[in-house]
Design a protein around this ligand. Structure first.
Ligand SMILES: [Zn+2]
Ligand SMILES: [Zn+2]
Length: 176
């Protein structure tokens, strides 16, 4: 979805759009987006400078970093962004860059604004750092690989350091 800047009316544009599954997608080892995405935002503009505020909502499929089980979770983001036409490189534009140095500003080509790209970036930013199927996920047994959320495996509690077990054997023998 592109918004042609020359087609914009002077007043702010309200966009409510549902992207179908597959229209916006990404795939990484621990997260896959292949669900519909709802975007709702207000686009204000002046001389090609865009100011966009709104929300995106979707569901992302994750892989738990502890137990490796796949799970789905709603992801939503609220944003307030400014986009400026990409400046040509000249002395004049160095001033433009300095002017916006402290603002969160991105650039676009000044002709058509790529909504899909913005939505994708917002979803990626909204993905949590820690991916766990639930806060208290117990993960997998590091010895046998059993999912400890489904109960204890036979090796739980028998995790004796091999070096220590030699000492225990020695102690047992000497106790006799
Ligand atoms: Zn888990
Ligand atoms: Zn085990």
């Amino acid at each position: 979805m592109f918004i042609e800047i020359e087609d914009l009316k002077p007043e702010p544009l309200h966009v409510h759009h549902v992207f179908q599954a597959g229209e916006i997608e990404f795939s990484r080892e621990d997260a896959v987006l292949n669900e519909p995405v709802t975007a709702d935002f207000l686009l204000d503009h002046k001389n090609g400078d865009l100011h966009i505020t709104g929300t995106v909502e979707t569901v992302v499929h994750f892989k738990c970093s502890r137990c490796t089980k796949e799970y789905s979770k709603a992801v939503s983001a609220g944003f307030d962004l400014s986009y400026l036409p990409q400046p040509e490189w000249s002395d004049q534009n160095v001033e433009v860059e300095l002017k916006y140095e402290d603002m969160e500003v991105a650039f676009y080509d000044g002709v058509a604004f790529d909504v899909n790209l913005m939505v994708l970036e917002q979803i990626e930013l909204a993905i949590p750092m820690k991916l766990v199927c639930r806060e208290d996920c117990k993960g997998l047994c590091y010895q046998c690989g059993a999912d400890l959320n489904e109960g204890k495996c036979s090796c739980t509690g028998e995790t004796v350091d091999p070096r220590l077990s030699v000492l225990l054997d020695f102690k047992k023998k000497s106790d006799k």
